[in-house]
Design a protein around this ligand. Structure first.
Ligand SMILES: *Cc1c(COP(=O)(O)O)cnc(C)c1O
Length: 639
């Protein structure tokens, strides 16, 4: 680069949209390092590079998940306190009794932290399956908070609800399908116990975003209006209507558009007031989950974003519900939400190293002086490169594509040789590279030329599995913020796409956030010899943490739990390290017996020794080596 770069840290924050997705929990320090601010105070800056350095000292390999429990606590606090202040401000008569849907992240450490900080707010837990219920029953010990039981249910599930009720918990069984009520009534009868009941409604209003089908008439869960009225009749007949305490709806996850939320809250509020008038003693209005995140920073109604904030959402729930209750002259209920993603996503990230790059072309300069031995195709493509200028690049590009195709045909027919073909292809890529740099700062660039940039981008090879650590990026093209941990004071000049280490061509990331909307390449820095280049994937605390699979037998990640500490020179300490899966762990899950595998290898080595093909000393070393790998990490080590 001849020009002196005018790059600044502000530029880095803008390029990676850090201010827009991080909710103030991440920023960049003067040294160009990405920092976490778990308490949102400037004094709580923790350099992620300091954390990775400490991990290195302790021998913790990449990839690793870093968990900031202070962020999780802060988000639980924010949710509850914003509800409380909005309720006060709106002179709303009910209270907020939020529940954390553990589906979002069932890790014990996460649940313990949520329960601990949540007890000041009577913040409860929500389960959507039997196994989740078992966890929720054990960990929600606050009798004043709710335990909401969602999902399809069998007899055991209902009996577990009875157990929870017997333990003095505020368990509410939400009827997701009408027949469940008979099962629940049977359990109540046979165990001679009363269990609180909720009902999930299918609303008529539409959903939006990637989970739009969670709402509306076609939804998998919930009762239609007709069925809700049937439920009321059944409960009245059985003299159990006094147990119907909760009205529930859930309009999907990552709702991008606030209008969807407003419409659904409005409809649900109306249904609530009508059910009250029909004699249902409902105390809790449960608006489910759905609060989205600004993954791509755009603050728009695109699927990876939202056109509202958590505070806007809370304002809508409280004010719409209040106004409709007042209009219908019905008492204000308590409000429940099952906000998961928005509480949990920021607290964890995945850090890993880029261990190499793959370039489509080597950008070698080729002499364009004509040579009498040049085949016509080579001669012509040399001319194209010479003629290329700002006004004809699109034309030249198309001609170059034709020549490149012709060269391949000519080669197959034996008309040109390998050397000539190599020259033609190199010249073709040189033309492409030159067009990209010519159009770099142009306002309008034709789509095919834009695509070129993606085609020619370096593939940065990252030591992780998309399927384990960023499943939504693969499955639903969800954008996750990705930022290098260092060198943010330096302009990132390489457009890249990211490739993981699975043997799967889907194991890549090629959609990124950008200052001007989503883009197909991520600007990163040139890799340097002898210097590790580390990137972080952010907002992975919700769903990504726990939905990942073991494609190619890449297992769970190493994990470090970081807490802020004002008295520490680096501002943090690592409270706990949880080692990720070893090869033995993942093989065990696939029904292998690692000890048995070692025995098998040993006998094969012994056979080679017996036949004189391997020296005994070498055999022992090979055996030890195999065993060490069986107990090793599933990802690339010691790079
Ligand atoms: C998934 C789910 C949630 C959590 O939704 P978020 O979008 O993560 O807030 C809440 N309630 C129910 C019933 C769910 O299925």
């Amino acid at each position: 680069m001849s020009e002196i770069s005018k790059w600044s840290i502000e530029e880095a924050i803008h390029t990676y949209q850090i201010d827009r997705w991080s909710e103030g929990y991440f920023s960049v320090n003067a040294k160009g390092e990405l920092v976490a601010r778990p308490t949102k105070e400037e004094s709580s800056n923790i350099s992620l590079s300091d954390i990775t350095n400490e991990m290195k000292k302790e021998g913790i390999q990449f990839p690793a998940a870093i968990r900031f429990h202070d962020i999780l606590r802060s988000q639980v606090r924010t949710l509850n306190e914003t509800f409380q202040s909005t309720i006060t401000e709106a002179n709303f008569k009910g209270q907020y009794f939020g529940v954390f849907p553990i589906k979002v992240n069932q890790l014990r450490e996460v649940i313990e932290e949520v329960v601990d900080i949540g007890k000041d707010y009577n913040y409860g837990l929500e389960a959507g399956s039997k196994a989740e219920l078992l966890a929720v029953l054990a960990y929600n010990e606050n009798p004043n908070s709710l335990t909401v039981l969602n999902g399809y249910k069998d007899l055991d599930y209902m009996q577990l609800a009875a157990l929870g009720t017997q333990l003095g918990k505020n368990c509410v069984v939400v009827i997701e399908k009408l027949s469940e009520i008979y099962l629940l009534l049977d359990v109540m009868k046979s165990m001679n116990i009363e269990i609180k009941i909720g009902v999930r409604s299918k609303l008529g209003s539409k959903g939006s975003g990637k989970w739009a089908e969670s709402a509306g008439e076609g939804a998998k869960f919930g009762l239609s209006i007709c069925e809700i009225l049937d439920l009321l009749e059944i409960l009245k007949k059985e003299e159990k209507i006094h147990l119907l305490e909760l009205f529930h709806f859930h309009i999907g996850s990552q709702i991008p558009d606030i209008r969807t939320i407003k419409e659904n809250i409005t409809e649900a509020s109306r249904i609530y007031t009508d059910l009250i008038k029909l004699g249902a003693p409902i105390k809790f209005f449960d608006a489910g989950g759905g609060v989205g995140l600004n993954y791509d920073g755009s603050r728009s109604n695109c699927p990876s974003s939202t056109n509202y904030t958590l505070k806007d959402y809370i304002g809508d729930v409280v004010y719409i519900l209040r106004d409709i209750c007042d209009d219908a002259k019905v008492e204000h209920p308590n409000i429940v939400t099952e906000t998961g993603r928005a509480v949990c996503a920021h607290h964890s990230c995945v850090v890993t190293n880029v261990f190499g790059n793959v370039e489509l072309t080597n950008n070698k300069e080729i002499d364009t002086v004509p040579d009498s031995t040049d085949h016509l195709i080579l001669k012509n493509i040399k001319l194209l490169l010479k003629d290329l200028n700002n006004s004809n690049y699109q034309d030249i590009y198309n001609d170059a594509c034709i020549l490149k195709d012709e060269a391949i045909s000519a080669y197959k027919l034996g008309i040109i040789d390998l050397k000539q073909r190599s020259k033609i292809e190199t010249l073709f890529w040189n033309i492409n590279h030159r067009i990209i740099s010519m159009t770099e700062n142009q306002k309008y660039v034709p789509a095919e030329i834009k695509k070129l940039k993606y085609t020619l981008a370096s593939k940065y090879l990252c030591n992780f599995s998309v399927f384990q650590s960023a499943p939504d990026s693969w499955a639903i093209n969800q954008i996750l913020p990705i930022v290098p941990l260092r060198r943010l004071d330096e302009e990132p000049t390489k457009p890249t796409t990211l490739a993981d280490i699975t043997c799967d061509s889907d194991g890549k990331i090629s959609s990124f956030l950008g200052a001007e909307g989503n883009r197909s390449t991520l600007p990163l820095h040139e890799l340097r010899k002898d210097e590790q280049y580390i990137i972080g994937l952010f907002l992975t605390g919700a769903y990504q943490d726990i939905m990942g699979d073991m494609h190619n037998l890449f297992g769970r990640l190493n994990e470090v739990h970081v807490y802020s500490d004002k008295d520490d020179p680096q501002g943090f300490y690592i409270e706990e390290v949880i080692h990720g899966h070893s090869a033995a762990d993942v093989l065990g899950i696939m029904q292998y017996t690692p000890e048995m595998m070692c025995v098998k290898i040993k006998s094969q080595i012994d056979k080679q020794i017996k036949e004189g093909k391997i020296k005994p000393r070498v055999g022992v070393a090979l055996n030890d080596f195999y065993e060490a790998n069986i107990h090793g990490y599933t990802y690339l080590e010691n790079l």
